[in-house]
Ligand binder design. Structure first.
Ligand SMILES: Nc1ncnc2c1ncn2[C@@H]1O[C@H](COP(=O)(O)OP(=O)(O)OP(=O)(O)O)[C@@H](O)[C@H]1O
Ligand SMILES: [Mg+2]
Length: 207
């Protein structure tokens, strides 16, 4: 029997908002984020980005919208194991532009920002969990997406590195008006957001 992960969820996010999503394990947070990013399709209901209904467009078009507009930080990082940290960023750039990667300068700047400058040539298995998480973050922001969807982006980070990541999100949000939707279990991380949404059992229970 099919078990619904989400029911009756209605959510409007404006450009430039910084939203935190909180709630117990299994309540549907990652499922909601995957739907918002067009990685899953809802059985009923619809998802609109800039007026386009993701559930009405072709798979190819949905993929294109995701590549152009969204940077995704996965709960399990999803880095390519055979590529180095820099190689993972290059691949994200190639997917985004449809051809070559940008100059190495931009990549090195982002890796420096996340304190990974000494780790550029390391593959995921040669990196700690927190370092892998920061490479996944670098990959999500490298193409300056209009929307950043982050699933527990500080879950594997110590307080110092969490602060670096949250400051970075804040700056991207304030300076460049990038929209951020971030799942977190950490109240201090949620406090950085301008809006907190709480979920339980597949519902939004509080704003
Ligand atoms: N592909 C799937 N097939 C079947 N059930 C699924 C699938 N993905 C998620 N679920 C179920 O949907 C519910 C919500 O899962 P989800 O991953 O969204 O939770 P979450 O709030 O992100 O939890 P956590 O904080 O542990 O990451 C869970 O009960 C989960 O077992
Ligand atoms: Mg989750």
């Amino acid at each position: 029997m099919a078990v619904p992960a989400l029911r009756g969820v209605s959510l409007d996010v404006q450009r430039g908002e910084f939203v935190a999503i909180m709630g117990p394990s299994g309540c549907g947070k990652s499922t909601l984020l995957h739907l918002l990013g067009g990685l899953l399709s809802p059985t009923t209901g619809s998802i609109h980005i800039d007026g386009e209904d993701l559930s009405k467009v072709s798979d190819a078009k949905r993929t294109d919208i995701r590549r152009r507009k969204i940077g995704f930080v996965f709960q399990r990082f999803n880095l390519f194991p055979t590529l180095t940290a820099e190689g993972n960023l290059k691949l994200a750039e190639k997917i985004h532009t449809g051809n070559g990667a940008h100059s190495a300068d931009r990549r090195h700047e982002v890796l420096r920002l996340l304190k990974l400058e000494g780790k550029m040539r390391h593959k995921p298995l040669e990196l700690s969990g927190g370092e892998q998480q920061r490479v996944a973050l670098a990959r999500a922001i490298i193409n300056s997406p209009a929307i950043i969807l982050a699933d527990e982006p500080t879950g594997n980070l110590d307080s110092e590195n969490s602060e670096i990541v949250l400051d970075m999100f804040k700056e991207l949000n304030e300076k460049f008006r990038q929209t951020i939707i971030m799942i977190t279990h950490n109240p201090e991380a949620a406090a950085v957001a301008s809006r907190i949404i709480r979920m339980r059992d597949g519902h939004i229970v509080e704003e």
